[in-house]
Design a protein around this ligand. Structure first.
Ligand SMILES: Nc1ncnc2c1ncn2[C@@H]1O[C@H](COP(=O)(O)OP(=O)(O)OP(=O)(O)O)[C@@H](O)[C@H]1O
Length: 274
């Protein structure tokens, strides 16, 4: 299925060019969110949110307070759906193993444990059978280029190494849905690059929802961008779609253009760019 790239201004009118096409969502979504609404008592945090997630990286962007964390929690089933539905395709999972992996912004890994054991333990928490943990831990550490760290204690790792271990722990059970909440926050540029490479390496066949404030990460790893503003989806399209929305102001500096385009988009949508 091919869908229109959409951007809605604060008064609900489409603001994007008429011919834009995004390649997402694919035919068989791994997650389908339909007419989702969520309120904290009388404060409505999410209004009528609908989108499909298929394989690839979807970046979730938006100003502070726009509803990103609330949406992640709803998708993971950590908050109840108040109105609307969230359907997760379990992709054949009947063995009690969780169909999602979650890497929180500040993952808590046991400092005394080795990297291998911490990742294997996460697999056990996700419901994997004990007999599979060792091989799965070796496999995911190898995939993420972390084999050399396998015997190191977590407490001896740098922030970037720890974050990559957290990604390994979040997906040792090979979930069809991976949710990453600001995985590069607080890291230096070199560490961010390694984390970005890790994200790019593991996301081919699964739906990855990446909440981030770092436009650099979005530009490099995202297949699709969802922008939340005031609890509503304001933009849904590809990175290229966003460049096309920028239009004639395109200067040729992709990084600067992307930031400028995003800021302009947020202002048009009625939010405060950060
Ligand atoms: N437990 C809560 N009780 C009441 N209101 C809440 C609660 N958690 C969040 N909110 C409100 O819901 C709205 C969405 O918050 P949310 O944390 O989802 O935004 P966010 O986009 O993740 O923000 P940030 O980028 O700052 O992390 C905000 O107005 C926030 O103040």
């Amino acid at each position: 299925m091919v869908s229109d790239c959409t951007a809605n201004s604060s008064d609900g009118k489409a603001i994007r060019s008429g011919q834009l096409k995004a390649t997402m969502p694919p035919e068989a979504p791994i997650v389908r969110v339909a007419s989702l609404r969520y309120a904290y008592r009388r404060h409505v945090a999410l209004h009528d949110i609908s989108f499909d997630l298929g394989p690839g990286v979807t970046a979730l962007l938006g100003p502070n307070g726009s509803g990103k964390t609330t949406l992640l929690k709803c998708v993971l089933g950590l908050l109840p759906t108040e109105a609307g539905t969230i359907t997760r395709d379990e992709r054949g999972r009947t063995d009690g193993v969780e169909s999602f992996g979650y890497v929180p912004q500040s993952p808590e890994l046991p400092g005394f444990s080795t990297v291998h054991d911490a990742v294997a333990y996460a697999g056990w928490l996700y419901g994997m059978s004990p007999g599979k943990l060792d091989a799965a831990a070796h496999g995911i550490l190898e995939l993420l280029g972390l084999t050399d760290l396998a015997r190191r204690r977590i407490r001896t790792l740098s922030g970037g190494q720890r974050q990559r271990v957290a990604i390994a722990a979040g997906m040792i059970h090979d979930p069809p849905l991976l949710v990453l909440d600001e995985p590069s926050a607080g890291l230096d540029p070199g560490q961010r690059l390694r984390v970005r490479e890790a994200v790019a390496r593991v996301t081919q066949a699964r739906a990855t929802l990446l909440s981030t404030h770092l436009l650099e990460d979005v530009r490099h790893v995202a297949d699709r961008i969802l922008v939340l503003v005031n609890g509503k989806v304001g933009f849904d399209g590809t990175v290229d779609d966003l460049y096309r929305v920028i239009g004639p102001s395109h200067t040729g500096d992709l990084g600067a253009d992307f930031e400028a385009g995003y800021d302009a988009l947020i202002r048009t949508l009625g939010g405060d760019s950060e």
